[in-house]
Write a protein that binds this ligand. Structure first.
Ligand code: SAM
Length: 124
């Protein structure tokens, strides 16, 4: 199998051919609110019938303080459940929200993350 590795900016990179699997972990929080529908719509349209999108995103919870390594200039807050709404017309294979401990930057803190594995059924 050949794997084509390359570097791109999620803000302006758009798919131009179809894929069976689209995986994105720990990066969606760099997408501003206004571009989320457009970027995820591009990924959904370029997923083959029966294909999968496996994604996660950090989400805000009012009872979890901002992490010590918060990057307000680039980090865009997602609402809890927002990711799932973008895939309302796909079948959810897995859909969960988890709060977990983190020690990045050496200061113990918590994150909340929404994870979705969704399948594009035929005819969607
Ligand atoms: C929290 S790390 C996640 C790394 C890895 N995907 C994972 O799940 O462990 C965030 C990653 O997003 C990348 N990143 C930051 N801004 C980005 C952008 N505009 N486009 C694409 N990737 C970006 C960073 O370089 C970093 O590797």
């Amino acid at each position: 199998m050949d794997i084509d590795f390359f570097r791109a900016d999620i803000l302006d990179y758009r798919l131009e051919r179809e894929f069976d699997v689209i995986f994105c972990s720990g990066v969606l929080h760099y997408l501003p609110e206004g571009s989320r529908g457009e970027v995820l719509g591009n990924w959904k349209r370029h997923t083959t019938a029966g294909g999968v999108n496996a994604l996660n995103v950090f989400v805000e919870k009012p009872f979890i303080p901002k992490p010590p390594d918060h990057e307000p200039e680039v980090r865009q807050n997602w609402r809890s459940g927002e990711l799932f709404g973008h895939y309302h017309d796909w079948r959810f294979e897995r859909c969960e929200e988890v709060i977990f401990d983190c020690n990045s930057s050496g200061v113990p803190h918590k994150h909340c993350m929404d994870t979705l594995i969704a399948v594009k059924e035929k005819g969607v």
